[in-house]
Structure formats: structure tokens, C-alpha cells
Design a protein around this ligand. Structure first.
Ligand code: ADP
Length: 783
């Protein structure tokens, strides 16, 4: 139902207003009308309000003056602050607007009064929020810049202005001025300050690196700023990464420098290697040639001294070069097939003699399960043994040196071998046991050391063992001797690989089953002989002294299973070898047992005395299989000789008419090489002074082989070989290189050479190379 009285409807409407509405008589200032809101807000009953002077409600001091003014006829105001007194005595801050309405019968003032508190609160909240946002912006660690959609700057934090070092007077100017400053700071004036397109609306985040003129580098990221789906600008954050970039650049620079230095070091090494070996080649090679000429005793002694000093110097140089190569990670291991037995035998050839020179025994053994056909780097294996056995001999005055080889573990594919080199020498103090494996360290650190040396041998050996997947160690008691040991993991040759038989070895199965007695007090020798003979299927019994041997021989004869052969060491504790021989000779019943005497290497046995004492033959220790085969075949009287004759003649089939071209610029090296070739019966040698000359000569003369120095003026050996191969020349070309680094060898082979010889040229290796690469003379193979 709608009230019909229009006044009532109006007053209902007025009561709904959120403002207090008052009408005041302009003349008396008494309130003549008020809406419901006035009673609600101030707490007076409506009846209390009507007739009350408005000045009783308006209680601010300013209001008093105001109403005086109104009474005087002025008075319209708009949104003026004021204070109203409430019925409960409190006051209410308000905002009021006053209008004066004058008509014929009235003169009233109409007041619209708003509660000021909620407005104040909203304003305060807004201000707080703004302050909070500002504080957040300022406490961000990154520089923040905000632009509007047109790319004009609308906000930034202090960190940003500090990062870009924007001066105060520019900061207070407009966006264009600041932008101009930013541009002026860029290292690359061409680039845009805020990336390619600051106003791009493609929504994607952008990332840039900004480099300033002052060297600082910022990471700049930006993201579109939207409000109610409208793009209103972009927010940029700048992160200073100068330190990181600088340290990255420094690291790169350091790495590059280290690489350059390393390269320079290995080039220097290669160069030194070349420079040192070339004159050493002259010294050692020519001395060797000199020793082959007629010399009186004194001259010979001098020449021998030069040679041994040269050898010693070369060893030291090689040690230092090796060590530097290992340090520079330049040393690589070869992987070739080799026979451990053969390696140990040829090693014993040299070191048994060296030991014998100091009246020391040298013996070696390997356990029966040890695989002999291996694949690895026999040269480096030998180098470790050379170091350890060389030391053992050096530091031992009397007694013996032994090398024992065992197998630690084995698979079809590889085997872990254990080598122990023991001596009866001076030993090593306990507190020096670890240090001696470090480079340049020696057990005796005094300046008056009795033994020479560089202190590098063990350090190199340790590295080599490690490269072979093994380790090295020592047990020692001062005054009682030392045992140096190392392990190495070596591949086994595939089961299919056949070991080339030694001359005469193919006849061993025919002798299998014969009974042999080994009499030796040295464990290594007994074990070695036992192992070799067992591998050929002989029946072997060992005895450590003559007395035991006599018992065993007699007992065997008694049961009708006499020994066909006894291998007897010359020096036995108690009754010696020769006495044992005489005893056997004097027992005709035991005559079936033949005797062979074993003596220390270098001791020539007197054949007549041997025969008188009942010995059928003689072997020097450590026993080598090839010689043992010879001896066995002779003793068992089935020697055919053919096999050996064949092997012996291998070298003699060399084609003495072969034409050889030697490309070498160094005079000394020319002399040495020609003399060595002459010794081999190869006199037909031409010389080219450099690669170019070699090319020209090879084009005109049908050579059988070329020896090619690697480094020569005009055209080096690599280039020359490359060119020869390109022209289709396919005769053997052997490099002579003073650079013993693995990559140099690779380079030789890559250039098309067939093989290489290291300087100083070694006579044995040259012989082997000629045997291998020179075609046999026509019809020579049969003779
Ligand atoms: P070098 O023998 O050239 O001095 P090494 O590295 O081969 O260098 O040996 C280091 C040191 O270890 C030797 O100087 C020596 O003091 C000690 N040493 C090595 N082998 C033996 C050994 N068999 N007996 C006693 N001392 C040894």
C-alpha cells in the first residue's frame, strides 16, 4: 500500500538518506525539521531536536563564527568540516554543506551533514596500503622500473636509480629525461634501454642482458602489467650479475691460459726431448762404433767410460721426461701382445749379469697359474721392473735379488698380476717408507749420500702401476732388506691366440714323461724350473741340497723309476754341485741319470772339468727356456738341429744388396746410422738432406726402404712421407724420431710411415726393424 499523503512519502524518502538532513530557520537558527538519520546518529529524540538552536549541535569553535556570519546574511558552504555534539556528550566529526533557500514566506538554511569517520578511515587505509607497497618496492633487492603502456616511466625504486646511478636532478625530471640518461649509460649505444619492444603486448616475459658503460652487467626481466584485463604497462626488474660474470670470465680466461701453458709445456718437452736425444745419439752411437775399432787398453777404458756415462745420462733424461709426461697427462700406455715369460727372460739376461757384477744372485719365478700370453705395455712393465730391480742391486752389497710373479685374480678377459722384488740390502727406515714414492724423495736425505739417483724412479713406477690399474708398496726392515711389490691388471690374449713356439719347443711333447730332478737351494730357481718343466709335461722333483738329492736319486733307482736328468746348482749349502756329480759318477748303478750343472751367469764353466766330474752339460742361471730346450734335446740325444738352424739363420737372409735411402739432416746422426747399417751388411745407403731431396731421390732410384727423420728443414719427414704415399710409393718408410711421445708416434703412422725408431738409435732395434721390413734376398729364405 502506498501512502496517499505526498508529505508523508517525502519524509519517508528523506529518512532513507545516509546523510543527516536539517532545516534551520535563518532568523532564529532554530531547527525546524530533521530526518530520522539525525536522531540515529546523534542520539536525540526527534522532538528534542525541533526548536533547538543549531548552534547547540555544532560545537566546533569555528562554527560559532560561522553562524554569526549566517545570521548576518551570508552563509552558503560546500563540504566544510565540522563537529557535532551527540546526546551522550561525545562529538562526531562531520562534513557539511549548507544552502540558503529564500522565498516569499520563508528563509531557511538546509544542511546536509555526512559522518566524516568512515571516509577518514578509508583514506587512512589507502594511505597505509600505499606506504606498504612503497616499502615493499624499496625493500626488493632488485632494481624495479614500471612503465605505462606507452613505455613512459611511472615508477621505480631507489635500488633501480642507484644501480643506474641516476643523478638527483634528472630523477626529478620527467620520464623522457630519465630514459635519455639510461640510454646514455649503455655500453652499446645502439641497443634499446628496455629491450626490443617495451610496449609489446604479446604477454610474454622478456629477458635481456644489459651491459653498462661502467662495466656493470644486469640481468633484465620484464613482465606485462595488467589491470582488469587491460594492459597498463610493464614491470622491469634488474639484477646485478657483474660479480658472477666477472668471475666466470676470469675462470674462462684462467682455463684458456692453463691450456696454453700446458700446450707450451708439452711442446717444450717434445722439443727438449728432440734436442737432447740428438746429441746423445751422437755420443752413445759413435762411442759404440769407436769400441768396435782397434783400441789400446787405456783408450778402451776411456771409451767405455763415455758410453756408460752416456747411458746413465740418457736414463736420467728419460726419467725426467717420463715424469714430466706423466705430470702433463701426456703418457699413454701401449696395448700389444707379449709373452711374460719371454719378457722376464730377456730382463734376466741383463739384470742377472748386473747382479753378478756385484757377486749377487738374481733369480725369478712365476707361479704355475700365471698366464704368460698377455696384452698391454711390456715396455712400461719392464720399466717398473728395471726401476725396482735396479734399486735392489744398487742398495744391496751381498745376498740375492729375487723377482716373484703371482696371479691375484683372473678372468677369461684379464688377470691381476702381482710382482715382488726382494733384496737383502740396506733396507729403509720405517719413517721414510711412504716418502720414497714421492718425486725427488730419497730415504737418505743427507747431502753426503752414498748412492746416487734422482729420486724419480719410484714416483714414475707408482704412476705407471696406477695407470695399469694397480698399486705399489714396500715392506722393509732397516739392515735386512726390502721387498718392493706392485700389481697390474693386464688383458689376456684371446684363447685362440697361439704362442709362437720357441725353436725346438715342438719336440718337447716327445720327451714328456721323462723324470727330472732339480737341485737348487734358491726357491725362485727351483720354482721356475719346476714350472717350466711341468708346462712341458716332464715329471719334476725338487731338492734344496745335495744330501736330499742323493737320497731321492737312490730311492728312485731302487724302485725302478730312475731320474733321466738332474739339473744341479753349482753352489749348494754343504756338499756342492760338483761334489754331487762326482758322487753320481762313482755310482755306476745310477749312471742312467745324466747331470747338468747350473752356474751363476757370467761364470764360464770349464768344459773339461765338467766332463771329468760327470756333467753332460751346463746352463747359466736364471735358466732361459730356449737354452733349456737346447740342453734337454742334447741330453736326450734326439737333437735334430733343424729347428734351431732355421731360427738362427733368420737374420742372415737379409738382403745385403738392398738400397736404402736415409733422409736425415744431422751430420752426426748420418754417420751413426750409416755405420750401424754397414755393420748389418747394408752398405748401399744414400743420404737425402731434407724431405724435398728425399722426394726427388725416391722418384729416380728404386729404393727398398726409407729411413726418414721426422724434423728436417725445408720439408719435414711427415710431409715427405705423405707426399710419397700420395704418389703411390708403397715401400717401407721407417721414422727416426727423437720425440718419444705417443702422439708423435701416432703422427708418424698417420703420415703413412710403417714403423718408427726412437733416437738414439739402438743397434738391436735397428737390426730387428731391418729384419722385419727389408724383403729377403731372392732365394735367401731357403738358405
Ligand atoms: P733413486 O734411486 O734414483 O734415488 P727412487 O725413486 O728409485 O730414486 O728411490 C727413492 C729412494 O728410495 C732411494 O733413493 C732409496 O733411498 C730408497 N730405495 C729404493 N729402493 C730401495 C731398496 N731396494 N733398498 C733400500 N732403499 C731403497
Amino acid at each position: 500500500m502506498i501512502p496517499t499523503d505526498a508529505n508523508k512519502l517525502t519524509s519517508l524518502l528523506l529518512d532513507q538518506s545516509s546523510e543527516m538532513l536539517l532545516a534551520v530557520d535563518a532568523a532564529t537558527l532554530a531547527i525546524v525539521a530533521a530526518n530520522q538519520r539525525v536522531s540515529d546518529m546523534l542520539g536525540y529524540a526527534h522532538s528534542d531536536l525541533i526548536g533547538r538552536p543549531i548552534t547547540e549541535l555544532e560545537c566546533a569553535l569555528a562554527d560559532v563564527f560561522y553562524w554569526e556570519e549566517v545570521r548576518a546574511g551570508g552563509g552558503e558552504v560546500e563540504d566544510v568540516e565540522g563537529l557535532y555534539a551527540c546526546a551522550d556528550g561525545s562529538t562526531l566529526p562531520v562534513m557539511k554543506t549548507v544552502r540558503r533557500v529564500v522565498c516569499e514566506d520563508c528563509d531557511v538554511l538546509l544542511l546536509r551533514v555526512r559522518d566524516e569517520r568512515s571516509l577518514k578511515r578509508a583514506e587512512t587505509n589507502l594511505a597505509e596500503l600505499a606506504a606498504q607497497l612503497r616499502a615493499t618496492l624499496e625493500s626488493i633487492w632488485e632494481g624495479i622500473l614500471v612503465t605505462d603502456a606507452e613505455g613512459r616511466i611511472v615508477n621505480m625504486n631507489r635500488r633501480f636509480s642507484a644501480m643506474w646511478e641516476i643523478p638527483g636532478d634528472i630523477l626529478v625530471q620527467d620520464s623522457d629525461a630519465v630514459m635519455a640518461w639510461l640510454s646514455s649509460q649503455l655500453a652499446d649505444p645502439e641497443s634499446a634501454v628496455l629491450g626490443a619492444n617495451p610496449a609489446a603486448e604479446d604477454g610474454s616475459d622478456q629477458f635481456d642482458l644489459v651491459e653498462l658503460r661502467n662495466g656493470r652487467v644486469f640481468e633484465q626481466r620484464s613482465r606485462l602489467q595488467t589491470m582488469r584485463d587491460q594492459v597498463i604497462g610493464r614491470v622491469y626488474s634488474f639484477h646485478d650479475i657483474t660479480e658472477r660474470i666477472v668471475s666466470e670470465r676470469e675462470a674462462t680466461l684462467a682455463r684458456e691460459r692453463a691450456e696454453v701453458a700446458n700446450r707450451a709445456k708439452s711442446e717444450f718437452l717434445a722439443m727438449m726431448s728432440h734436442e737432447i736425444r740428438t746429441p746423445m745419439n751422437g755420443v752413445i752411437g759413435v762411442t759404440q762404433l769407436l769400441l768396435d775399432t782397434e783400441l789400446d787398453a787405456e783408450q778402451r777404458e776411456f771409451a767405455e767410460t763415455i758410453r756408460s756415462s752416456g747411458d746413465a745420462l740418457l736414463t736420467i733424461i728419460n726419467d725426467i721426461l717420463d715424469f714430466s709426461k706423466i705430470e702433463a697427462h701426456k703418457l699413454t700406455l701401449e696395448k700389444i701382445d707379449f709373452n711374460l715369460m719371454t719378457l722376464m727372460e730377456s730382463f734376466a739376461d741383463l739384470y742377472a749379469l748386473r747382479a753378478a757384477e756385484k757377486q749377487l744372485d738374481y733369480a725369478w719365478s712365476l707361479s704355475p697359474e700365471t698366464p704368460a700370453l698377455l696384452r698391454g705395455d711390456p715396455g712400461r712393465l719392464r720399466q717398473i721392473l728395471t726401476n725396482l730391480v735396479g734399486n735392489a742391486i744398487k742398495f744391496t752389497a751381498r745376498g740375492e735379488i729375487g723377482v716373484a710373479i703371482e696371479v691375484r685374480s683372473t678372468t677369461d678377459h684379464d688377470a691381476e698380476l702381482y710382482f715382488a722384488v726382494s733384496d737383502t740390502g740396506i733396507g729403509i727406515p720405517a719413517d721414510r717408507l711412504e716418502a720414497i714414492f714421492l718425486p725427488f724423495e730419497q730415504a737418505d736425505r743427507s747431502m753426503t749420500r752414498k748412492y746416487g739417483g734422482t729420486g724419480l724412479g719410484l714416483a714414475i713406477s707408482a704412476q705407471l702401476a696406477e695407470m695399469m690399474g694397480g698399486e705399489i708398496g714396500v715392506e722393509s726392515r732397516e739392515g735386512y732388506g726390502s721387498t718392493f711389490w706392485f700389481t697390474a691388471r693386464l688383458e689376456r690374449q684371446p684363447a685362440a691366440a697361439r704362442n709362437a713356439l720357441l725353436p725346438g719347443e715342438e719336440q718337447m711333447p716327445r720327451l714328456a714323461g721323462n723324470r727330472i730332478l732339480v737341485v737348487d737351494d734358491n726357491d725362485h730357481n727351483r720354482r721356475l724350473l719346476h714350472d717350466i718343466l711341468s708346462r712341458w709335461s716332464f715329471q719334476v722333483v725338487s731338492a734344496a741340497d745335495a744330501e736330499t738329492a742323493m737320497h731321492v736319486i737312490e730311492a728312485a733307482a731302487r724302485v725302478g723309476r730312475p731320474f733321466q736328468l738332474a739339473l744341479v746348482d753349482a753352489r749348494l749349502p754343504g756338499m756342492d754341485g760338483e761334489a754331487l756329480g762326482r758322487w753320481l759318477r762313482d755310482h755306476p748303478k745310477l749312471a742312467e741319470t745324466r747331470l747338468v750343472l747350473m752356474t751363476r751367469v757370467g761364470q764360464r764353466a770349464d768344459a773339461r772339468r765338467l766332463a771329468e766330474n760327470g756333467f753332460a752339460g751346463h746352463l747359466s742361471k736364471p735358466v732361459k727356456r730356449a737354452l733349456l730346450i737346447d740342453c734337454l734335446l742334447r741330453v736326450f740325444k734326439k737333437e735334430t738341429g733343424a729347428a734351431r738352424a732355421e731360427s738362427r739363420s733368420a737374420g742372415s737372409v737379409r738382403n745385403r744388396t738392398a738400397r736404402i735411402l736415409l733422409a736425415e739432416d744431422n751430420k752426426i746422426n748420418q754417420v751413426v746410422a750409416i755405420a750401424m747399417l754397414k755393420k748389418l751388411g747394408l752398405a748401399n745407403v744414400d743420404i737425402a738432406q731434407d724431405g724435398q731431396e728425399a722426394l726427388a731421390m725416391a722418384a729416380n732410384v728404386p729404393y727398398d726402404l726409407i729411413l726418414m727423420d721426422c724434423l728436417m728443414p725445408n720439408m719435414d719427414g711427415y710431409q715427405a712421407t705423405h707426399e710419397l704415399r700420395r704418389r703411390g710409393v708403397n715401400l717401407p718408410i721407417l721414422a727416426i724420431t727423437a720425440n718419444a711421445m705417443a702422439e708423435d708416434v701416432d703422427r708418424c703412422l698417420a703420415a703413412g710411415m710403417n714403423d718408427y725408431l726412437a733416437k738414439p738409435i739402438n743397434y738391436e732395434l735397428l737390426t730387428a726393424a731391418m729384419d722385419k721390413w727389408l724383403p729377403p734376398a731372392e732365394g735367401g729364405a731357403s738358405g
